[in-house]
Design a protein around this ligand. Sequence first.
Ligand code: CP3
Length: 344
Amino acid sequence: MPEFDFIKAAYGLPHDRIPIWIMRQAGRYLPEYRAVREKVSFMELCHSAELMAEVTKQPIDIFGFDAAILFSDILLPLEPLGIKVSYDNGGPALTPQVRTPDDVAHLKTYEPADEMAYVLAGIKEIKKRLDGIVPLIGFCGSPFTLASYMVEGGGSSRFAEIKKFIYNHPKAAHRLLGQLAEQTGRYLKDQINAGVDVVQLFDSWGGILPLDAYEEFSLRYIKMAFEICKTEGVPRILYLNNTAPYLKQLAELDCEVIGVDWRTDLNDAMNILSGKTIQGNLDPQLLFGPGKLVHEKTLELLETVAGKDNFIFNLGHGIQPEALVDNVKLVVETVHSFNIKRDQ
Ligand code: CP3
């Protein structure tokens, strides 16, 4: 029997309190995080086991979340492919961009256990500092989301380049996605071997695809990665931004938890994905609003899932730098006290 409520909830097993964590919980909305970032760059932070452990633990100490998430970034495993990733000017920038079949053929292959050893060392340090208080979540970007960043060269609003690429060069796209799926699956497995208790794949951009293209270019490669890292007792979470159109397709995926975005109806998710645990889905931008509304909306969400063992509380996407710390405290308190109410 797993010991943490978080792990029990991930398997839909009976437990005492609804667990809560939030995506991007270690980040710039926290003054304690900004204080560390005043001294070092984001890249330096991601390469120091000591600092990774310090910022991973900050939101656990401040808010009492039920899980910690490894401090790293989904784009770092692209560097050993021969891609330069920079975070210096706001959003990430990747060079050179991958735009042709030839570009795909020239990517390097690598052993995640070697090239990502600095992250695995960070995981060991984090586990030491967490000292068994909460489980640790490891993560990767989904193959399609990573490919989008590689082709677009950074963030995007129209995703014109990645769509041009998959429609004009489907063979090369499949070759790239296959390489990313294998690398992602093995990297997640290495994270598990280093000590993470749960893994999450972030499919931030798969939700821009039509249903058939989602199956062909994203879901298929998520399946491959999850098959490779499947480990007894280590739940696998898929977060998909813009979840609602794809719920039926996700029902077929072999994984334990689906993270849903804030536009998705929780009852629909619970019904269509019966047998899986649902994670979500408060609107991250609600945390810019007044406390009274934050409290009401949190309670409303909790009422929808009252008495269910297959639910993990989260936001519907990552927390944003403008989020108010007091609102985060309020959400955690509301979730934790609601659990006591449920038990009465
Ligand atoms: O606390 C945590 O959740 C753990 C760490 C984490 C980061 N990024 C740290 C980070 C995680 C899990 C991620 C995931 C990530 N990174 C995703 C998937 C989640 C999502 O939002 O859809 C994506 C798409 C990225 C790519 C990325 N990294 C972007 C777009 C940016 C810039 C965005 C911004 O807010 O400026 C980053 C940089 C980044 N990754 C920061 C952090 C805390 C900000 C860096 C800083 O301190 O300046």
